[in-house]
Design a protein around this ligand. Structure first.
Ligand code: NAD
Ligand code: DAU
Length: 348
């Protein structure tokens, strides 16, 4: 039995990764470590929570004593590290929280892993899940490659870039076996409604304005979360030590075009007249330091590991909307309480 620690497994992407690993690998024991911040939700994992090869650990990656204790107790053979503060807007209002979790938390995990296995790295692996935002912003052409220089612009992307550097530094300095992947924007079920797509779905359902930042001409490369989880499984098992793999959807959308497609699909599904949701679009003050365009060249993972997205954007978006429409309780639960305060402060 292999003991695998997945951090951030109660969050959006992490819950899809935990589900995939628990169901696909009965001979792995999956330990899901999560602090259950506003973004962590055990409701995301109800379908697998009683499986024998699954254990939830409620803890914080910045709590060094706790982290050292669980590494000693469970002897994790590998770590798939997703826990992070993940929302760019929050990083602009509270950058220190991002430095703490994303940089210090990653270092504490690296250190615990080093202390445990430094005399025998055989069969061990630290997999760090990162973002394309570390590469900064593209102009209207070009793609991010694995060799693109780091040039982060937001406190979020700077903290993720820093954590990537520490992972590589532990590899170089101590021989810690690592692999890193940098992925584009994910969407899909169970994404917290602070991110563009679920926020706008929730607002359309509640007849609230759709706050498009700036002129709406910013571009992102969107990937269905299940396809990201499949890529993580492949990189974990087949990726080479010290390598980086870019993961992306080959699927660029200007925000305003994406929002219009979302509005059309929502109107159809809700039986509303065409054009109803588009009337909610409101252009608001831009995000400071807003990166113009992200786009991933995912040819390395495609050629070397045989990965490509399985779902088109139209299909994935439709499935995502269907999930939110049939899980309004989930949406209501996560948007009560503190969410209202966040929303007022962010969109005042
Ligand atoms: P998320 O915000 O939905 O989930 C983060 C999870 O980490 C939550 O369950 C939260 O409770 C947990 N967490 C936060 N701080 C913690 C701490 N100090 N200790 C333990 N647990 C803590 O994030 P997500 O969108 O699922 O992103 C997961 C990872 O993937 C992050 O590392 C992010 O940088 C990366 N990523 C995200 C995207 C995206 O589009 N969402 C794209 C590329 C990479
Ligand atoms: O590229 C990968 C990154 O994608 C991940 O590393 C991050 O964790 C994830 O949050 C995401 O970052 P973005 O900033 O690109 O995602 P977000 O959903 O916040 O915004 C997508 C685009 O939509 C961006 O150009 C900002 C814009 N936007 C967003 C919100 C929340 C709006 O116009 N209005 C909004 O209210």
């Amino acid at each position: 039995m292999k003991n695998i620690l997945i951090t951030g497994g109660a969050g959006f992407i992490g819950s899809h990764v935990v589900r995939l690993f628990v169901n696909k690998y009965p001979d792995y024991h999956i330990y899901n470590l999560d602090a259950l911040t506003y973004a962590g939700n055990l409701e995301n994992l109800i379908d697998i929570e009683s499986k024998e090869n699954y254990t939830f650990l409620h803890g914080d990656i910045t709590d060094e004593v706790y982290i050292n204790t669980i590494f000693t107790k469970y002897q994790f053979d590998s770590v798939v590290h997703l826990a992070a503060e993940s929302h760019v807007d929050r990083s602009i209002t509270d950058p220190l929280a991002f430095a703490k979790t994303n940089i210090l938390g990653t270092m504490i995990l690296l250190n615990a892993f080093k202390v445990l296995w430094k005399d025998n790295w055989e069969g061990k692996r630290f997999y760090h899940v990162s973002t394309d935002e570390v590469y900064g912003s593209l102009g209207t052409t070009g793609l991010f490659e694995e060799t693109t220089s780091y040039d982060p612009n937001s406190p979020y992307s700077a903290s993720k870039a820093s954590s990537d550097h520490f992972v590589r530094a532990y590899g170089e300095t101590y021989g810690l076996p690592y692999v890193i992947s940098n992925c584009s924007n994910n969407y899909g079920q169970q994404q917290f409604p602070e991110k563009l797509i679920p926020l706008f779905i929730n607002n359309i359902l509640n007849d609230k304005a759709l706050p498009v930042y700036g002129d709406g001409n910013y571009t992102r490369d969107w990937l269905y979360v299940v396809d990201h989880a499949i890529a993580i499984d492949l990189v974990y098992h087949k990726g080479l030590n010290t390598e980086t793999y870019n993961i992306g959807g080959f699927n660029e959308w200007k925000n305003i075009d994406l929002v219009k497609l979302l509005c059309q699909q929502m109107d159809q599904k809700l039986g509303r007249a065409a054009g109803t949701s588009e009337k909610l679009i409101t252009y608001v003050k831009d995000r400071p330091g807003h990166d113009l365009r992200y786009a991933i060249d995912a040819s390395k993972i495609n050629k070397e590991l045989g990965w490509s997205p399985t779902v088109t954007f139209e299909e994935g978006l439709s499935e995502t909307i269907d999930w939110y429409l049939s899980n309004e309780d989930w949406l209501n639960n996560v948007t009560s309480g503190n969410y209202q305060n966040y929303y007022k402060a962010q969109y005042k």
